[in-house]
Design a protein around this ligand. Structure first.
Ligand SMILES: [Zn+2]
Length: 266
């Protein structure tokens, strides 16, 4: 079976639930791009880094945000991203929290750092400006034109929730209400969750949802919440989930790859 997309899925969250959670949210996002989306895992591969991969430390431990000098783990991460972007059907989706509410998203240090540190350094690697160490049996990358480099960089995509990933996951309001009520009897929480259900734009403007708004739920149930995520409703609210989905949509090679299912021959 032909592989249409090999998506390296990176999330700054650690823990067992982090990767399945982000993959589920990504699948929901992909479904909004193409009506007849084909998410057959043989064709559309969502691939995390192996657990023994040292670059994971750079993704998870905030190392990627450090300006100078990059750690060996960050160098390795940048290499892996660059390599994936020039492979046929290669994409990278990188999740990091905006750490800002929606109204403050343009001041997000994380978003700025992603562009200036990750994207810019990958660009320099692809231009051959950085003497890249070779890791293992990696094949040398082909020499690319400036245009090819920019096309490759368009396949480096971000999921950047405001304020954090829980801002999306708490949209599974039925489920968080149940979890909250298992924990305690808080009228304030019930009213808060009901307001989020009634107006899907509100959660993007809640600061530190996991640490302040709903400490009873925290991040204990992220994977289950992702499974219940009301993607279409949240997309319609036109906040950070919409923004991330539309960024994916702007990548025409990704849309072509996942749109394959609608017209394939037997
Ligand atoms: Zn509660």
């Amino acid at each position: 079976m032909e592989v249409r997309a090999r998506i390296l899925v990176l999330t700054e969250d650690s823990g067992k639930q982090a990767q399945p959670t982000i993959q589920k949210l990504l699948k929901e996002a992909l479904k909004l791009l193409v009506e007849s989306v084909d998410l057959n895992p043989e064709r559309i591969r969502l691939e995390p880094l192996p657990e023994n991969e040292r670059a994971l430390l750079a993704v998870r431990a905030n190392q990627w945000k450090e300006q100078q000098p990059p750690t060996i783990e960050t160098i390795r991460l940048l290499e892996l991203i660059a390599t994936r972007l020039v492979e046929p059907a290669g994409f990278v989706v990188f999740h990091f929290d905006t750490d800002r509410v929606w109204a403050e998203r343009h001041n997000s240090e994380n978003r700025q750092k992603f562009e200036t540190i990750i994207r810019e350094r990958v660009r320099r690697i692809l231009r051959g400006e950085v003497p890249a160490p070779r890791f293992g049996s990696q094949r040398p990358r082909p020499t690319l034109t400036a245009e090819q480099i920019e096309l490759a960089l368009k396949r480096l995509l971000i999921l950047s929730p405001c304020y954090s990933i829980e801002s999306w996951l708490y949209q599974s309001t039925k489920e968080i209400l149940a979890h909250c009520q298992e924990r305690h009897d808080s009228e304030a929480h019930v009213l808060r969750i009901q307001s989020w259900a009634a107006d899907r734009t509100l959660l993007d403007d809640v600061s530190r949802p996991k640490h302040e708004a709903l400490t009873c739920v925290g991040d204990l149930h992220n994977e289950a919440l992702a499974k219940a995520f009301p993607a279409e409703e949240v997309w319609l609210a036109e906040r950070s989930f919409f923004e991330s989905v539309e960024r994916l949509r702007a990548c025409s090679t990704l849309v072509e790859a996942i749109g394959y299912g609608g017209h394939h021959v037997q």
